[in-house]
Design a protein around this ligand. Structure first.
Ligand code: PHE
Length: 448
């Protein structure tokens, strides 16, 4: 096996740095673009409740498992499974994770590029440069999509070449507080506008009759995607974590940050839809609320244009920058997974690995840029299905191959006495039975 110097691998400088980087990975388009629109179209508050259950009961235990695998092995997802057992199958699970990361990143940069482009669209609209603004709103324009996706990918590669503490940690430490500040300001504005209260009701009053297998499958896929689980992003981030850190506590903080920001994003976007409606903008297609792409890339810009003037400009630019920042802290972690794999397993220096892998993925991004309909297909295979399958196999690995007791011994290093706590009695039951059964049942029932 390749030997990698620790300076190529790197480590987090501080606990806060790790939490912000992992929360940055978790908080992304999934929270601000995906979650609110799924809530809006798939069942309002009923969806919110199922999502919260999936996050805390399935996502959190799997996150603890991933971080433990990562920290114990100090390796990328493929190397981690090789290091912790001689079983030949599980490194393939790591490889599947790396592949999911590569494909998700390839379409994620295209959507992130749309968001980034819209920040400029708002400026061009304000200046009256209508054709330039219209060019940026065309999500089907291949060359334009490819151009902005490339800018986004270059930014991501640049940060990754800086390494773990000087690149990833530094970047996310600045971006995360900014992101939270922007969301809070936007909520303050939206909730004081006419029409907002109807959106708040739609968001927070559940209609349980809307819960069905499809909704649960979607909420679970969303929980895995939003928490960055099932593809080894947290194995990789965990591999840079100091032995002093308390893994269950870190996982709890990251989960809470992710859920908290998704919740706030919903509180900003769903009422904003109804504010748009009160301003005369159509938000329903038939009797259904407009879905993801239309909502964020048509209704919200229409709202910003209706507000008009400097206020419309500022709100529009700030909102799309928020989306871009959230996306960037996630693309960093998506790229770090295959890069860490190449560094560890093929002994390639970080800079070379980052550029090589990043440019390779950019080629797929460019294809997606020209055929954006691929996004739905990729999303279904590699995200909705791929991540839960990855999570299921990781549970099986920790439960029956590496053993939950070994994982608890790893946790013990930064959490003295963990084995005597209630956590040590409950968490293994989730990893042995509850998480795998819930994930498997969910996947199967959705197919049937
Ligand atoms: N969690 C990110 C989001 O919500 C996406 C992501 C998935 C990032 C998997 C890394 C790994 O947008």
């Amino acid at each position: 096996m390749a030997v990698t110097s620790s300076s190529e691998r790197g480590s987090w400088n501080s606990k806060l740095g790790f939490i912000l980087a992992a929360a940055g990975s978790a908080v992304g388009l999934g929270n601000i673009w995906g979650f609110p629109t799924k809530v809006a179209t798939e069942g309002g508050a009923a969806y919110l409740i199922i999502y919260l259950l999936c996050t805390f009961l399935i996502g959190f235990p799997v996150m603890v498992a991933e971080l433990s695998i990562g920290r114990k092995s100090g390796k990328n997802p493929v190397g981690a499974f090789k290091a912790l057992s001689s079983n030949k199958f599980f490194p393939l699970v790591g490889l599947w994770g790396v592949i999911c990361g590569v494909v998700i990143l390839s379409f994620y940069t295209v959507i992130a590029g749309w968001a980034f482009g819209y920040a400029f669209e708002e400026i061009f609209y304000f200046l009256g440069w209508d054709s330039a603004a219209a060019w940026l709103t065309d999500t089907g324009n291949g060359p334009k999509n490819a151009l902005i996706a490339s800018v986004f990918m270059f930014g991501t590669i640049k940060i990754i070449t800086g390494g773990v503490s000087d690149g990833i940690e530094k970047a996310t430490k600045t971006m995360m507080p900014l992101l939270i500040g922007i969301i809070v300001i936007m909520i303050g504005y939206v909730l004081t506008q006419p029409g907002a209260s109807e959106g708040v009701k739609e968001y927070l009053l559940p209609d349980f009759s809307r819960i069905n297998a499809g909704l649960i499958f979607s909420a679970m896929g969303q929980a895995f995607f939003s928490l960055s689980l099932g593809m080894g992003a947290l194995i990789t981030y965990g591999s840079y974590l100091s032995k002093k850190e308390n893994i269950p506590q870190a996982a709890a903080l990251v989960t809470l940050a992710d859920v908290g920001i998704a919740f706030l994003a919903g509180l900003m976007i769903i009422p904003a839809m109804y504010v748009a409606q009160a301003a005369g903008i159509e938000i329903f297609v038939g009797d259904q609320l407009a879905s993801s792409t239309d909502l964020v890339f048509q209704i919200l810009p229409a709202l910003f244009h209706t507000i008009g003037g400097v206020l419309g400009l500022v709100l529009g630019v700030v909102f799309f920058l928020l989306l871009s920042i959230a996306a960037l802290t996630s693309t960093i972690s998506l790229l770090e997974v295959p890069v860490a794999y190449v560094i560890d397993e093929h002994n390639v220096p970080r800079k070379k690995a980052a550029w090589g892998v990043g440019l390779g993925i950019l080629v797929i991004s460019i294809i997606v840029s020209f055929y954006p309909s691929l996004i739905g297909t990729f999303d279904n295979i590699f995200n909705n299905l791929g991540l839960p399958i990855g999570g299921l196999l990781m549970c099986i690995f920790v439960a029956f191959v590496w053993k939950t007791d070994s994982a608890l011994s790893e946790m013990e290093l930064g959490f003295e006495g963990v084995k005597q706590t209630l956590f040590a009695k409950v968490w293994p039951v989730f990893i042995w039975i509850i998480c795998p059964a819930a994930i498997a049942y969910n996947i199967i029932s959705n197919f049937l």
